[in-house]
Design a protein around this ligand. Structure first.
Ligand code: GLN
Length: 252
């Protein structure tokens, strides 16, 4: 009888722990209950940019479908690219989605979803530029977006002293147009959008680096990372992601 009581007490205790864990994890799935807060930098067309006062683009639309699948309302926070990873690490935002390249250094700071797109680092120059290949970049003034892979690779390859770091792609391209820098290293799709929007610029034919884009999460929040990743997998498998990509990147 005494033993039975003991077993019952233990079973009850175990049940409580399970119930508590279940409740605990439910309320901590996202920073704010019912919302999925995505941090991005909306100067990165066609992945994220403003149409009027609304942030649209490939990332914004994929995130919208993910939120739907999870029964959450998507909220997009437009911040500096530089602040996305710290914001995810400090649980200010649920996830970072910003055409963000997966790198070993970033993997040490955040966890990533599967990759949903490929990126390529390219070089934008003025149409009449003397720079025709990557070899010509030595000693030239290179504009980049602060803390992006373009910044990291260019600083490594050509020396920090030759690299001007801008807060975003718009400002880097303004720097090139104003003659403050001789070229801008940035991802290929935004590069195409910038060249289209600004007369007198072109993209060098040789690309600089190939990369994979993925969504980033706080390392502690494995539950959200798994749920978002499962939703993303479904959206890739059923062609929804491709449909969004085709809508923004017309086959050229
Ligand atoms: N793909 C680049 C990186 O992750 C640039 C991303 C961006 O500027 N939004 O560093």
């Amino acid at each position: 009888m005494k033993n039975l009581k003991k077993i019952l007490a233990l079973a009850l205790a175990a049940l409580c722990v399970f119930a508590f864990a279940a409740c605990g994890s439910k309320s901590s799935l996202t920073v704010e209950q019912g919302k999925l807060i995505m941090a991005t930098n909306a100067t990165f067309p066609p992945y994220e940019f403003y149409e009027g006062d609304k942030i649209v683009g490939i990332d914004a639309e994929i995130a919208g479908l993910i939120a739907d699948k999870l029964g959450l309302t998507l909220e997009i926070a437009d911040i500096e690219f530089d602040s996305i990873i710290p914001g995810v690490q400090s649980n200010k935002y649920d996830m970072g989605m910003a055409g963000m390249t997966v790198t070993e250094e970033r993997k040490a700071m955040v966890s990533f979803s599967d990759s949903y797109a490929k990126g390529v680092q390219v070089v934008i120059v003025k149409e009449d530029s003397a720079i025709v290949s990557l070899d010509d970049l030595k000693g030239k003034k290179i504009g980049v977006q602060q803390s992006t892979t373009g910044d990291i690779y260019a600083s490594d390859d050509f020396g920090e002293e030759n690299v001007t770091k801008y807060a975003n792609g718009n400002l880097a391209v303004e720097g090139l147009k104003g003659g403050k820098v001789d070229c801008v290293i940035i991802d290929n799709e935004p590069a195409k959008a910038y060249v289209k929007a600004n007369a007198g610029l072109k993209i060098l034919e040789t690309s600089y680096a190939d990369e994979d884009y993925a969504i980033s999460f706080n390392k502690q929040n494995t539950e959200l990372q798994e749920k978002v990743n499962a939703a993303l997998k479904e959206l890739i498998a059923d062609g929804s992601v491709q449909k969004i990509v085709d809508k923004y990147i017309s086959a050229q």
